[in-house]
Design a protein around this ligand. Structure first.
Ligand code: UDP
Ligand code: MG
Length: 322
């Protein structure tokens, strides 16, 4: 029987405390799969410009384990870019994305591999429970998936993170998408192919704190919506049409009123209310256009998605780049 190749891609930003424990668990799983499931596993750690000891920790892991490849970006480019950099370098076999903080249990990898072998291209973990996350994060995540679902035609499965396995052809398809504003959950949905969910319990972090505070999550949500939907622009149009209709009706009423009952100067409150309301609506509309325009501008600059500081492939891994 042939053996399959699987590369586990882990983006890490200041995860020095979690990585040794994570790698220990991961190595156990890879050993078991190498023996039982005929899978040649490797790990690619992407250091996303960490400022703590992450790189030193990763180098010691690579020195002790020949399956480990290391990639270091020139600065912190954000998780999505770090993952892209990692996936770009998986030229052989499937890739599996795992968080560095142990929230996605590596022990589930064999289940993902089993699904892949059944013929699925995109095997994604869906969270049954989110332990160690506050009510605010849960509620906002819940709201976000609903809004995304309503606004976008691209399927973004609910409560699905980046914990997923991509078959070689899904990986190749993903590599074609070189947009700068990378909302990965949406990109995975966009490429299509055979998709299946693997439910799992998301564990608390091994150490440290989440890098995504409320503000970053809000921007992340904006990213998702503007990258995969132009519905807000259309809403601005509808809001404009609605206000114009109301204003037209009200204008008629004022004329009729002036003709029949004269025009004593009054109505300052109404005037102020209308002016402020219209000003607000216009600013919101402009802001929406601005969001899209800004992204268009970023896109038009055609900068690379990330810059590499150091690339140390494990033995037998060829140095594939986009
Ligand atoms: N991460 C990254 N670059 C960043 C922020 C986060 O590579 O700029 C990594 C981080 O090290 C972790 C994963 O992305 O492996 C998920 O981050 P985190 O646990 O902070 O997010 P959460 O699980 O709270 O959504
Ligand atoms: Mg996490």
């Amino acid at each position: 029987m042939t053996r399959d190749r699987l590369t586990v891609v882990v983006a890490a930003f200041n995860e020095a405390q979690s990585l040794p424990e994570l790698h220990r668990r991961l190595a156990t799983v890879l050993d078991a799969m190498a023996a039982g499931d005929r899978v040649d596993g490797g790990v690619l750690y992407v250091d996303d410009g960490s400022t703590d000891d992450t790189w030193a920790v990763l180098r010691s892991l690579a020195a002790a384990d020949r399956r480990v490849s290391l990639l270091r970006l020139s600065r912190n480019f954000g998780k999505e870019a770090a993952l892209t950099a990692g996936l770009d370098r998986v030229v052989d076999g499937a890739a599996l994305i795992l968080d560095a903080d142990g929230q996605d249990p590596p022990e589930l990898i064999p289940r993902f591999v089993a699904r892949w072998r059944e013929g699925y291209d995109d095997v994604h973990g869906t969270r049954l429970a989110r332990e160690g996350e506050g009510w605010f994060k849960r509620a906002s995540a819940h709201g976000f998936y609903r809004v995304m679902h309503r606004l976008s035609k691209t399927p973004v499965p609910t409560d699905t993170g980046d914990f997923r396995l991509l078959s070689p052809r899904a990986l190749a398809a993903l590599r074609e998408l070189r947009e700068r504003h990378r909302f990965m959950k949406g990109l995975f949905g966009w490429i299509g192919f055979n998709r299946i969910a693997v439910p799992y319990r998301r564990e608390p972090r091994l150490a440290g704190r989440s890098k995504f505070n409320a503000w970053r999550l809000w921007n992340f949500a904006l990213e998702g919506i503007t990258s995969f939907s132009t519905a807000p622009l259309r809403m601005a149009t509808y809001a404009g049409v609605a206000t114009a209709l109301v204003a037209f009706g009200y204008g008629l009423w004022i004329i009729v009123k002036a003709l029949f009952w004269g025009d004593p100067v009054a109505g300052w409150p109404t005037m102020m209310a209308v002016i402020l309301f219209l000003g607000g609506v216009q600013l919101v509309g402009l802001g929406m256009i601005g969001e899209y325009l800004g992204r268009l501008y970023e896109e038009s600059k055609q900068r690379p998605l990330y810059l590499v500081d150091s690339w140390r492939p494990a033995e037998g891994v060829c140095s594939g780049t986009p």
